[in-house]
Ligand binder design. Structure first.
Ligand code: IPM
Ligand code: SF4
Length: 479
């Protein structure tokens, strides 16, 4: 038998019933739940009179709807309040652990699994949320599911799935100074398109990926879905194990040693075959800015916004430019911005905030800009505060908020006004994503921080002192 990829090993290990040409039935190790995609699933269980099969493998948090202002205030938006109350009721009724608005462990669903050590190599992880791919950074097979599948997993702890194909995204070489994980994944998506990964699970490999911190790896895997892939994975290694060791739900003592032995068998075998491979030289990646309404519409910060006839799909580009209020041809660094959002499950981990704070320290947000930092989880917020990062941001004029999805999507009070232009560390720039008529440019945390200070996009590589004094950016390790 020839060797197997990381993806195939995890898949094979979880097949409860092989489907032949039909989907396989997979066992699910960890099921994460949030307020938006779960209410009907719980209703379905109630109707059928079924319990949750493994409440101990199920964990819920509130993130999409929660306001990011003072948590001691009641939630004023009736729909948000209703969804959060519904999740509280459902979790109480079905015996599921929930981190609600005031819990120390509350945060964006893709932040808390890793933070608590619940997300581990070799696991299957699902959630009714497309960015579940984030957890693949640990060598887990993690993907988003629909609400009817949420109900199925709640009821049976299994899921019926058609097997995708493993594809290799090979990124070799060293990331240049000032280039971060966000730039890597924006480049991958620019190269392969938003549908390049359809039917595939991406395995990110190569020396540039190995050099990333866990935070950087999560940023890369997070956006796999924006490239159309079913999931994204990175082989577990010493960086992974060091991150996990000692976390509340990581194995301890002899269990840790046994787990390590298993985890070390997971990486793709040397003679395994991928369905296809995309090769990328890390040295050619630059700080990147999206100019359009898909994450694939991006250029290096040194570039220009393309004119429609310079793109692969002129009609699509024309529409995107119109929505974005751009003509085509502008140099990226000329584009003024109104808002800056540092947040989301893509880029609101502690290293992202440290890197952004390094750029911001002792400076002021441009007068024309309203900027906010929304930590991805309450634990990140507390950690950042213990390091004084909140003060750095506040002193510069940033708003410092409570944890949640916030302005990543317009489901809570944090939204763009029509026509407002935002430098955002999040992962989606569709029309209306951050508020009706809002214009989103996706960038890395340091690029967003620099844009806040200058009032327009700037090449962070022109701020070498800012980056040099920032150990978290060395080698492009973060965000
Ligand atoms: C609300 C939820 C279903 C959605 C997703 O699945 O991704 C959201 O998290 C998003 O990022 O658009
Ligand atoms: S932060 Fe954004 S991308 Fe992530 S789960 Fe929330 S809404 Fe989705």
């Amino acid at each position: 038998m020839s060797g197997r990829t990381l993806f195939e090993k995890v898949w094979d290990e979880h097949v409860v019933r092989s489907g032949g040409d039909d989907p396989d039935l997979l066992y699910i190790d960890l099921h994460l739940v949030h307020e938006v995609t779960s209410p009907q699933a719980f209703d379905g269980l109630r109707l059928a009179g079924r319990p949750v099969r493994r409440p101990d493998l199920t964990l819920a948090t509130v993130d999409h709807n929660v306001p990011t202002t003072d948590r001691s205030e009641p939630i004023t938006d009736p729909l948000s309040a209703k969804q959060i109350e519904a999740l509280e009721r459902n979790c109480a009724e079905f015996g599921i652990r929930l981190f609600s608005t005031r819990a120390r462990e509350q945060g964006i669903v893709h932040m808390i699994g890793p933070e608590l050590g619940l997300t581990q190599p070799g696991m299957t992880v699902v959630c009714g949320d497309s960015h579940t791919s984030t957890h693949g950074a640990f060598g887990a097979l993690a993907f988003g599911i629909g609400t009817s599948e949420v109900e199925h997993v709640l009821a049976t702890q299994t899921l019926s799935q058609r097997k995708p194909k493993p594809a290799a995204i090979q990124v070799d070489g060293e990331l240049p100074f000032g280039v971060s994980a966000k730039d890597v994944i924006l480049r991958v998506i620019a190269d392969l398109g938003v549908e390049g990964g359809v039917g595939s699970v991406y395995e990110y490999r190569g020396s540039a990926i190995e050099a990333l911190s866990m935070e950087g790896r999560m940023t890369v895997c997070n956006m796999s879905i924006e490239g159309g892939a079913r999931a994204g994975m990175i082989a577990p290694d010493e960086t992974t194990f060091a991150y996990l060791k000692g976390r509340p739900h990581a194995p301890q003592g002899a269990d840790w040693d046994r787990a390590l032995e298993d985890w070390r068998d997971l990486p793709t075998d040397p003679d395994a075959e991928f369905a296809w491979t995309h090769e990328l030289d890390a040295a050619t990646i630059e700080p990147t800015v999206t100019w359009g309404t898909t994450p694939a519409m991006s250029v290096p910060v040194t570039g220009r916004v393309p004119r429609p006839d310079e793109t692969r799909d002129a009609e699509q580009a024309r529409r995107a430019l119109e929505y974005m209020g751009l003509d085509g041809g502008e140099t990226i660094t000329e584009i003024p911005i109104d808002r800056v959002f540092i947040g989301s499950c893509t880029n609101a981990r502690i290293e992202d905030l440290r890197a952004a704070a390094g750029v911001v320290r002792d400076r002021k947000v441009a007068e024309t800009v309203r900027a906010m930092v929304v930590p991805g989880s309450t634990m990140v917020k507390l950690q950042a505060e213990s390091e004084g990062l909140d003060e750095v941001f506040r002193a510069a004029g940033f708003e410092w908020r409570e944890a949640g999805c916030s302005m990543c999507l317009g489901m809570n009070p944090d939204i763009l006004e029509p026509g407002e232009r935002c430098a955002s560390t999040s992962n989606r720039n569709f029309e209306g994503r951050q508020g009706k008529g809002g214009r989103s440019h996706l960038v890395s945390p340091v690029m967003a921080a620099a844009a806040a200070i200058h009032g327009h996009f700037v090449d962070v590589r022109e701020e070498p002192a800012r980056l040099a004094e920032n150990p978290y950016l060395a080698g492009g390790g973060v965000g």
